[in-house]
Design a protein around this ligand. Structure first.
Ligand code: NAD
Length: 478
């Protein structure tokens, strides 16, 4: 772990095992923090914020962030191998959102923005009894940020929290997901060994105990929680943060819709639905509800079956594989329970629907296509977080929009039509944070990302993402 500038074991000396989800073998062990370790980390972050120039020295912060980028980039290959081993992510995905994309910009873009961000501005003067009152608006860091990370895209999420939080002058206590600690402890080591980031500015606390995350949320020395994870834990954090009025940034679950219009070229478009089982569907923005025009539903299911039977699956080290293992056995069993319930409620399993045959070890589940799904079924409403796609028929564009919005979630979405105009106007009616039209890519360190409704509160990345980590102050002066 990294606590107050030192690379350290847990105070108790305890360690816990890091398991490879593809093989179930023990990769090694990690420091298992208790409340004493967390207390030291929070104290260090508080002190670094209150007593150093980190919060105010823009130039220094930009330099440190670029050092951190260079340090991580110099170990990209080792980080890639580690992510495949501890996350079970297909190596192919590490050349996309799992590693390559965030590595390219998550630290560099915020570092560059330090010199472009509007840190202060003037409001028009107010004349009060003949005296001009001047008013300045300042953006200041929130303070100590507790960052809590899930296991699915751990480096991506860590980098996209650290970059903007540090660029805006905050200090951080970062708690990785228990299942995937090593990418974060690597960053901790690189911070200590290769950057001038002062002691206490970043602290990395690994623990197998979820109470450590909960303790971060209730501690009065922590000003803000930046959380990515499940909607249920997001709710718990919101409630637990209330007594200390925590600033909250929550990136939560999704049940996003891919709308295929009746004029779309199905042969071209339907294969894109296979993206729902990239990384075994453990992607918050996965398009897990496929909305198809009723008039072409039957034919589309046949075409889809062909696509879904042939999705490259299995060993995450195989460069062709898209669908690797789930992160642990609990998650695999959870996915299977969702599928069994869908069957009981009258849905039809067209492809897959069981743990992947041929794998005695590892938490693999088959790419699963489910048809004859109604919007009332649980499988159409619950986030499965597995390689499972439900196909739902709709009557017309209005009906498609209605179904897409008939969800507690609102994270992502996609629309396909021969008419870009039509697809864009449908996209504007979907209540979600990020939308793709005809395969268009929305991702980037400069692109605000987050959810409507129960998919979250606030935005990360982009200028909005920098704002997330700031407080606003007005000074009136004569
Ligand atoms: P999770 O909510 O179970 O855990 C996430 C993190 O929170 C872990 O580090 C965990 O230890 C910690 N935690 C658990 N209970 C806590 C508590 N009471 N207080 C504080 N911290 C606590 O999520 P997960 O299973 O690791 O990740 C999968 C979920 O994350 C999915 O629902 C997925 O959609 C969501 N997710 C969302 C986004 C997004 O940006 N919207 C991105 C990735 C994942």
């Amino acid at each position: 772990m990294l606590i107050d500038g030192g690379l350290t074991e847990a105070l108790s000396g305890a360690r816990y095992e890091n398991i490879n989800p593809a093989t179930e073998s023990v990769l090694g062990t990690t420091a298992d923090a208790g409340t004493g370790d967390l207390d030291a980390a929070i104290a260090a972050a508080r002190r670094a914020f209150d007593e150093t120039t980190w919060a105010t020295d823009h130039e220094f912060r930009a330099r440190c962030l670029l050092q951190l980028h260079d340090a991580i980039a110099s170990e990209e290959d080792q980080l890639r191998a580690e992510l495949v081993a501890e996350v079970g992510t297909p190596v192919k995905v590490t050349y996309m959102g799992q590693l390559r994309w965030p590595l390219a910009e998550a630290f560099r873009w915020p570092a560059q923005m330090i010199s472009n961000f509007e840190w202060e501005r003037c409001l028009p003067d107010r004349d009060i009894k003949g005296v001009a009152h001047h008013r300045d608006v300042f953006k200041e860091p929130v303070g100590v940020v507790g960052a809590i990370i899930p296991w699915n895209y751990p480096f991506e999420i860590t980098a996209n929290k650290l970059g903007p939080a540090l660029a805006t002058g905050n200090t951080v206590v970062l708690k990785p997901a228990p299942d995937t600690p090593w990418n974060a402890t690597r960053i901790g080591r690189l911070i200590a060994e290769c950057t001038d980031i002062p002691a206490g500015v970043v602290n990395i606390v690994t623990s197998s105990d979820r109470r450590i995350g909960a303790a971060l949320v209730t501690d009065p020395r922590v000003d803000m929680i930046s959380f990515t994870g499940s909607t249920q834990v997001g709710r718990d954090i919101m409630a637990a943060g209330a007594p200390t009025l925590k600033r909250l940034f929550l990136e939560l679950g999704g049940k996003s819709a891919m709308i295929v219009c009746d004029d779309a070229d199905f042969a071209k478009v339907l294969p894109a639905s296979g993206a729902a089982c990239i990384h075994a569907g453990q992607t918050c923005t996965s398009l897990t509800r496929l909305l198809l025009p009723r008039s072409r539903y039957g034919a589309a299911i046949e075409q889809l079956a062909d696509v879904w039977r042939n999705i490259p699956r299995g060993d995450p080290n195989d460069p062709k594989v898209l669908c690797g293992p789930l992160v642990n056995s609990v998650q695999r069993d959870r996915v299977d329970n969702h599928v069994r319930r869908a069957e009981q409620q009258g849905a039809r399993i067209v492809v897959g629907g069981k743990p992947m045959p041929g794998f005695d070890r590892g938490y693999f589940y088959e790419p699963t296509l489910i048809a004859d799904v109604t919007t009332a079924m649980d499988i159409a409403r619950d986030e499965v977080f597995g390689p499972v796609l439900v196909a739902i028929p709709y009557d017309d564009d209005d009906d498609a929009v209605r179904i897409a919005n008939d969800s507690i979630y609102g994270l992502a979405g996609a629309v396909y039509s021969e008419s870009t105009q039509r697809a864009k106007s449908i996209a504007r009616r979907v209540r979600a944070g990020v939308l793709s039209v005809n395969g268009g890519m929305w991702y980037g360190a400069d692109a605000p990302f987050g959810g409507f409704k129960s998919s979250g509160v606030g935005r990360q990345n982009g200028v909005e993402g920098l704002e997330t980590y700031t407080e606003t102050k007005v000074v009136g002066w004569v």
